[in-house]
Ligand binder design. Structure first.
Ligand code: SAH
Length: 473
């Protein structure tokens, strides 16, 4: 097989990156085909030849999958952010559940099963039912945060959109269908201002030009808007900023307008210094009955509707009665901690980013949840310290680690602390499966429940909540 060869592939599976996986009719090599979905029979061109498989790009659907739906967004394929957009939504949910089952089986050697015949019956240890993925009623326009790079298209027009493939050219696309339509209006105001006063956009190659990105956040329940303009320069370089602010202020719900300075030659979006031009340095939003202040730098789940379901599930699994001591490890700005604190005696939150812990403390005060204590540090280092405090002995440990999962040392500490319940919130089923296997290996816990939650409709990622219950021997 060579690059640029044309092949016909029957797609039987999806990869974690959202490519269709399949073989040619002679059954030899495996192909990962961009833009193809499970059930398709496609013609594709080989883009890269590896030792045991090839990458390819779909040229034409010969026989479409029965699950194929037309893309709603005209740039879906070029953008690549929505690898599942051409798959019917109920099938997206089914695929995500199957992914969780497969990872638990193959990586965790856990006999995960569903009530669907599409997956063969369970074998082996630790049988667990994986519930149907919790999805959205309306899986569009859910994102509360948008980061638009500002630059020039091939005709040198000023545009906001996304990078085309691996190039530095930006394809104009202000109105992402996963974000609120208000984003596009705000982007157009900023672009019009830049055009009027000949304000340049940043160019990554030459590290020149001024405006790099537009960061827009939207409070789902409050309707508040935040606009942060990220520039390679000083505020005075943003000519007639007062006029821009006056126009943006007219946008309903505008609560915060700022400029962020990022003069570094980096692809990190935000710099350290933020200068407020109007309103408050944050916007407010709520999840359930809790209020949160969210600044340009704050980590906040991007899908507020599903976040409420995710945290509701974690809270349900924690089984709190009001008397429990809970650890919330990898707590971010304390969102899960505060959810739990409403039903617990005491919650200890641990997070590695100091600024996030500052936010967590502020959010605890904002909600008068004083039965919380937040600590900066890595979960693996802080947990052994917390272990030395008798009053902090946990009844429930909640973890919500990044994709790489929990540190082995932390898993050991958790087993040594022997909480009644462990609630594992995971953004990567592969590392979830790996870590659950280690915890189950101890023989001290039973895997009770697994609930996939769809935080990212149209994309391939799946979030999972798992409950481990201590075996009373
Ligand atoms: N529970 C939060 C955040 C989850 S994201 C929420 O739902 O909003 C994972 C968090 O883990 C991030 O805030 C990240 O900064 C933090 N983190 C990454 N590695 C860590 C470590 N070793 N110890 C503690 N926190 C860590």
């Amino acid at each position: 097989m060579n690059k640029n060869d044309i092949v016909e592939v029957a797609i039987t599976d999806m990869s974690d990156q959202g490519e269709g996986i399949g073989k040619t009719q002679d059954g030899g090599l495996t192909f990962f085909v961009k833009d193809a979905i499970v059930g398709d029979f496609v013609r594709a061109v080989v883009t890269k030849v590896m030792k045991n498989y090839c990458y390819a790009k779909m040229l034409e659907v010969i026989t479409p999958s029965p699950d194929r739906v037309p893309a709603r967004c005209k740039v879906a394929r070029a953008c690549g952010g929505c690898q599942f957009q051409e798959i019917a939504y109920d099938v997206q949910l089914k695929l995500k559940r199957e992914t969780v089952i497969r990872k638990l089986r193959h990586i965790g050697h856990i006999a995960a099963f569903d009530d669907d015949s599409s997956i063969s019956p369970p074998e082996g240890k630790n049988p667990v039912y994986v519930a149907p993925t919790l999805g959205m009623d309306d899986p569009w326009r859910y994102r509360n945060k948008t980061q638009l790079p500002i630059g020039y298209d091939r005709e040198k027009n000023l545009v906001a959109g996304f990078y085309a493939g691996r190039t530095h050219a930006i394809i104009a696309h202000e109105d992402c269908l996963l974000a609120d339509a208000g984003n596009a209006e705000i982007a157009r105001i900023v672009l019009a201002h830049m055009n009027r006063y000949k304000i340049s956009a940043y160019d990554e190659n030459s590290h020149t030009g001024l405006v790099r990105h537009l960061l827009i956040r939207h409070g789902h329940t409050t309707g508040q808007w935040m606009v942060c303009i990220i520039i390679n320069g000083r505020v005075k370089d943003l000519l007639h900023a007062d006029e821009l602010v006056a126009t943006l202020k007219e946008h309903p719900g505008m609560a915060s307008i700022s400029v962020n300075i990022n003069t570094k030659n980096t692809n990190v979006i935000l710099g350290e210094e933020t200068i407020l031009l109007y309103g408050t340095p944050y916007i407010e939003d709520t999840i359930g009955n809790l209020k949160f202040h969210i600044g340009p730098h704050s980590f906040f789940q991007v899908n507020p509707v599903q976040t409420e379901k995710l945290y509701g599930c974690a809270l349900d699994f924690a089984g709190l009665t009001g008397n429990e001591v809970v650890w919330d490890l990898y707590c971010g700005i304390g969102t899960i901690s505060l959810f739990l604190a409403q039903k617990a005696k005491k919650v200890y939150g641990v997070e590695i980013v100091p600024q996030a812990i500052e936010n967590a403390k502020d959010n605890a005060l904002l909600n008068s949840l004083l039965n919380t204590e937040f600590m900066v540090g890595s979960a693996e280092d802080v947990a052994p310290l917390l272990r030395k405090r008798p009053e902090a002995a946990p009844d429930v440990v909640v973890v919500d680690p990044p994709r790489k999962g929990c540190d082995g040392k932390l898993l050991e500490t958790m087993l040594a602390m022997a909480p009644q319940r462990i609630v594992y919130v995971s953004c990567d089923p592969a590392t979830l499966a790996r870590d659950l296997a280690i915890l189950l290996e101890s023989g001290d816990y039973r895997l009770e429940k697994v609930q996939p939650v769809d935080m990212f409709p149209m994309a391939g990622h799946v979030e999972t909540v798992a409950l481990l219950e201590k075996l009373n021997k």
